[in-house]
Design a protein around this ligand. Structure first.
Ligand code: ATP
Length: 290
């Protein structure tokens, strides 16, 4: 069944600099690499590579057509990505010789997605399809409410974390995924642990400590270890995990198998440099040896 992902699409611009710039300083970068990024795009690529029929709902500017083409090449249905007359979202990432970074984020077209566009995309959905959201676009609560009314499985990745944004979508959620820091922040804001939230399924990822699946309906929790791997770059591990778990659950895999598959995909991801462009496909994930 299709997964609809209302998600951000960014151009990731990595500048290699000798040190992070000081106020008023002009710095010469020694290198520039450009890639497809944004949590939404990463999750769409991960779910598509995991075998899901992924329909992305989003927007770019005229400078972002390449990103739409790239998503299409990765198997994502891009018919509901609008080309708007505003800049494409950007992450300008400065990385210094010590590996320290500073990031400037421009929301751009990700913050200009119209309700009509969301409505048009979701009007194609059927009961039981999945709607995925993260906190890098506008329109999350509107889409979540519509998704719930249509009988979709509404999933939310609470990143970048904002307590108000989570609470706005929370009444409509069937599935919530958070990392350990976000789980602690939500606990502080709401006074509730993940297993006490009024959401059927809650997953907490814990980096090298693996992940926990809380089935709050059955009142059970189960931990899944991270797979041993050589860590090169953890960027996109969480997004890969999210795309894979939702694709696997959508295909009807039981929870333990879905969690194991997502853990394998995320472990492969941390062993690679880059984001959307290096997310592993299902065969690589199944064949990988840990
Ligand atoms: P990011 O923001 O870096 O994309 P995140 O903070 O959302 O990630 P994490 O909890 O760091 O998410 O990682 C998600 C999953 O990736 C973990 O549950 C685990 O399965 C896998 N993972 C992360 N770090 C490692 C590691 N060092 N070794 C193996 N697997 C890892």
């Amino acid at each position: 069944m299709p997964i609809y992902n209302l998600g951000s699409i960014n151009a990731d611009l990595f500048y290699r600099v000798p040190h992070l710039p000081l106020p008023g300083e002009t710095l010469t970068a020694s290198d520039l690499t450009t890639g497809l990024g944004g949590k939404g795009a990463n999750m769409s690529v991960a779910a598509a590579r995991a075998g899901a029929q992924l329909r992305h709902i989003g927007a770019v500017g005229p400078d972002g057509r390449w990103a739409v083409d790239r998503l299409m090449e990765y198997g994502v249905d891009t018919r509901h990505i609008a080309i708007l007359d505003v800049p494409t979202g950007q992450a300008v990432i400065m990385v210094d010789d010590a590996g320290e970074n500073s990031i400037i984020l421009l929301s751009g077209a990700n913050g200009q997605i119209s309700k009509d566009a969301i409505r048009a995309a979701l009007s194609e959905a059927s009961v039981g399809d999945t709607l995925l959201l993260q906190n890098e676009t506008n329109g999350q609560a509107f889409a979540a409410q519509m998704g719930k009314e249509l009988g979709l499985r509404v999933a939310y990745a609470a990143a970048p974390f904002d307590a108000d944004a989570v609470q706005a979508v929370l009444p409509y959620l069937d599935f919530l995924i958070l990392n350990a820091v976000e789980a602690a922040q939500l606990g502080e804001a709401m006074g509730l642990a993940p297993q006490d939230l009024p959401i059927r399924h809650v997953v907490v990822t814990k980096g090298s400590d693996g992940a926990v699946f809380h089935d709050n309906q059955a009142k059970t929790s189960r931990s899944f270890p991270a797979l041993p791997t050589k860590v090169v770059d953890t960027t996109g591990a969480g997004d890969t995990f999210t795309g894979y778990i939702l694709a696997a659950l959508d295909r009807g895999l039981p929870i333990p198998q879905a969690m194991q598959l997502a853990s394998r995909a995320a472990a492969l991801m941390v062993s690679r440099h880059g984001t959307a462009d290096v997310i592993p496909d299902l065969k690589e994930v199944q064949d990988a040896r840990f």
